[in-house]
Each structure stands twice: as structure tokens, then as C-alpha cells.
Design a binder for this molecule. Structure first.
Ligand code: NAD
Ligand code: UDP
Length: 312
């Protein structure tokens, strides 16, 4: 198949491009290199089935060739990056989404949207299942992303109902692994880099907030399975249900890196969700999937990646 991956030069997108090429597909990676990098895809550039196109999905995009599937990942994902230019983040999720749905319509392609656990906001039920409507502050600092992604889901469903577009929605929970950007600012990469540099690990708040961390290869396999699932249009949670407090994560990273770093506490950002853990019953049922990589194993691989990166 000929497959477009928007955000293909980013952390998850680059692993997805690699996976699709291994499965024998042709891949067109579309990226504006805001948070992604050529470095992430440089090993793919010489592959005969891989093409790269520098483009911002906020602007219309046209393809001469036929397209079978579109994975729409183009959007900054880390809170510090998606808040740099909040208007652009909202535009990527809305105008960008409409542009991608337009291509899906014109090419009769199936389209998968990379949605997020952030559509649940600071959730009032735990763990979060797909039927939960969420608890999002529509005016807060995170709303450009949270509400943007909620509108993107609404657009996907509207185009599906009205124009019969073959849509798939995955709600991705915190995912980590090699190729997270050094300046990404999310907790796993921050802690690992701080630990390797023997700098203080910065916990925001008292560290009692929880997250559940999924290794990137598990996520990519699940995205592929959802994309290729026949006739299922409802959102599906994808994540690792193993829940940690941020303090537990800091201690785990310290232990794995044998770091001398101290742990320091900084103010909790506004609207930072207190708890987050996916209910993955639907994914288990629909795609026979659950994560295989333990957090210890995934963190070790990620530590090795950053160790090498920091040496260069
Ligand atoms: P990332 O920042 O590494 O990747 C995003 C990619 O999109 C980058 O390559 C960036 O340059 C590109 N991009 C951003 N805006 C663009 C635009 N307007 N036009 C074209 N390209 C653009 O982040 P990631 O962690 O790989 O996330 C990928 C997708 O998965 C995002 O849509 C994100 O919302 C979603 N997601 C990720 C997580 C996670 O934990 N990593 C969790 C939930 C959802
Ligand atoms: N966090 C932290 N220290 C950091 C970065 C993040 O304590 O250096 C916390 C953050 O406040 C949040 C959790 O770790 O409670 C996960 O943050 P991240 O930015 O990775 O993702 P989020 O789930 O908030 O989008």
C-alpha cells in the first residue's frame, strides 16, 4: 500500500515509518520539522519505498499518486512544545485535520488520527475507558492541545458519518522510547537526561501524580492493527496500564542509570492531570493487543539511546 505518515519525522512517526517499510509498504513522510528532525529518518532516506516531503499540514496538500492510507500524527506532543505557539497547535489539530480528511476523501483512503489521553483532561474516573467524556479546562494552558484533539475527533466522526470516510481513532497514552527529542521536555526524557548528566531530577509538584508509560514499539504495532481493523470507527485507547507515580519513575530512572542525581521539586504546572491510566479492554478485544515491553526493559533501551546521544 501507499501510506502517508504526517509527523513522520517525529518520535512516534519515525518508528511508524520504519515499521511500515518493514511490512513492505511505500511510505510518504510529511513533516514541517517543528519538533521532528531529519536525523530521525536519515536511515530511511535511501530506502526505495520511502519519500519525504517538507510540508505544514495547516496548508493544503495535494498528491498526484493514489494513496491508500493516512496516519495523521502531525502535531507537537510535549506540553512545552505545544504551548510555544498555541494558535498553531489548534490549527494543526483542526485546519490540518480538515486538510488530511480532504485528502482521504479525494483519494478514498483510510485515515487514522493520533488522538490522545488528553481528551480525558484531568479525569474524574479511573482508569479511563473510551466511553468517558472527559474533564477538560477549555480555557487553560493545555486547552490548545486537549480541545484541539477533541475537535479533531469530532471532525473525524463528522466526515465519517457525512462523507463515509473510512476513519480510525486511537487515543494514545504516554509513550516513550528512543528518538524522543533531547529538548522534548516530557518526563521520561527529562529524567533520563538529567540522571545521565548527574543533574537534579526535576519533579513538578510532589510527585504523587500518576502516568502509565507505553514503549514505542508496542504502540506502533497497536496503531498498525487498528488501522487494518475492518469497519471499526470508535476511538480505541492504546497505552500501558502499568501505573506509576512520577516520584516512583524518578527513583526507577536513578536506579537504572546508577545516577548520583538528587531529586528536586518544582511547582506543578497548571491543569496537570492528577491521574492517568488506560483501560485497554477494547484494544484487547478488538485487536488482541496488550503491551509486551515492561517499563524496566523499555527504560533500559531508552537510557542506552540517550547515553549514546549525549556522548556525541
Ligand atoms: P513529536 O513532537 O516527536 O512528533 C510530532 C511530529 O509532527 C514532529 O515531527 C513535528 O515536526 C511534526 N509536526 C508538528 N506540527 C506539524 C504540522 N503543522 N505540519 C507537519 N508536521 C508537523 O511527538 P510524538 O510524541 O511523536 O507524537 C506524535 C503524535 O502522537 C502527535 O499527534 C501526538 O499528539 C500523539 N500523541 C503522542 C503521545 C506520546 O506520549 N508520545 C501521547 C498521545 C498522543
Ligand atoms: N513532569 C515532571 N518533571 C519533568 C517533566 C514532567 O515531574 O521534568 C511531570 C508533569 O508535571 C506530569 C508528568 O510528569 O505530571 C508527565 O508529564 P509529561 O510532560 O511527560 O506528559 P503529560 O502526561 O503531562 O502530557
Amino acid at each position: 500500500m501507499k501510506i502517508v505518515v504526517t509527523g513522520g519525522a517525529g518520535f512516534i512517526g519515525s518508528h511508524l515509518c520504519e515499521y511500515l517499510l518493514e511490512k513492505g509498504h511505500e511510505v510518504i513522510c510529511v513533516d514541517n520539522y517543528f519538533t521532528g528532525s531529519k536525523e530521525n529518518i536519515k536511515h530511511l532516506l535511501s530506502h526505495k519505498s520511502f519519500k519525504e516531503k517538507e510540508h505544514d499540514i495547516i496548508n493544503p496538500l495535494f498528491f498526484d499518486e493514489s494513496i491508500d492510507q493516512i496516519y495523521n500524527l502531525a502535531c507537537p506532543a510535549s506540553p512545552i512544545h505545544y504551548q510555544v505557539n498555541k494558535i498553531r497547535t489548534i490549527k494543526a489539530c483542526t485546519v490540518g485535520m480538515v486538510n488530511m480528511l480532504g485528502i482521504a476523501k479525494a483519494k478514498k483512503a483510510r485515515i487514522l488520527q493520533a488522538s490522545t489521553s488528553e481528551v480525558y483532561g484531568d479525569p474524574k474516573i479511573h482508569p479511563q475507558h473510551e466511553g468517558y467524556w472527559g474533564h477538560v479546562n477549555m480555557n487553560g494552558p493545555r486547552s490548545c492541545y486537549d480541545e484541539g484533539k477533541r475537535v479533531a475527533e469530532s471532525l473525524m466522526m463528522a466526515y465519517h458519518w457525512q462523507n463515509n470516510i473510512d476513519t480510525r481513532i486511537v487515543r494514545i497514552f504516554n509513550t516513550y522510547g528512543p528518538r524522543m527529542a533531547e529538548n522534548d521536555g516530557r518526563v521520561v526524557s527529562n529524567f533520563i537526561i538529567q540522571a545521565l548528566k548527574n543533574e537534579p531530577l526535576t519533579i513538578y509538584g510532589d510527585g504523587s501524580q500518576t502516568r502509565s508509560f507505553c514503549y514505542v514499539s508496542d504502540l506502533v504495532e497497536a496503531m498498525y492493527r487498528v488501522m487494518n481493523l475492518e469497519k471499526f470507527y470508535n476511538p480505541i485507547n492504546l497505552g500501558n496500564p502499568h501505573e506509576f507515580t512520577v516520584l516512583e519513575l524518578a527513583n526507577k530512572v536513578k536506579q537504572l542509570t546508577k545516577s548520583e542525581s538528587e531529586i528536586i521539586f518544582k511547582p506543578l504546572p497548571e491543569d496537570d492531570p492528577v491521574k492517568r491510566k488506560p483501560d485497554i479492554s477494547l484494544a484487547k478485544k478488538m485487536i488482541s493487543w496488550e503491551p509486551k515491553i515492561s517499563v524496566d526493559e523499555g527504560l533500559k533501551t531508552t537510557v542506552e539511546y540517550f547515553r549514546k546521544l549525549l556522548k556525541n
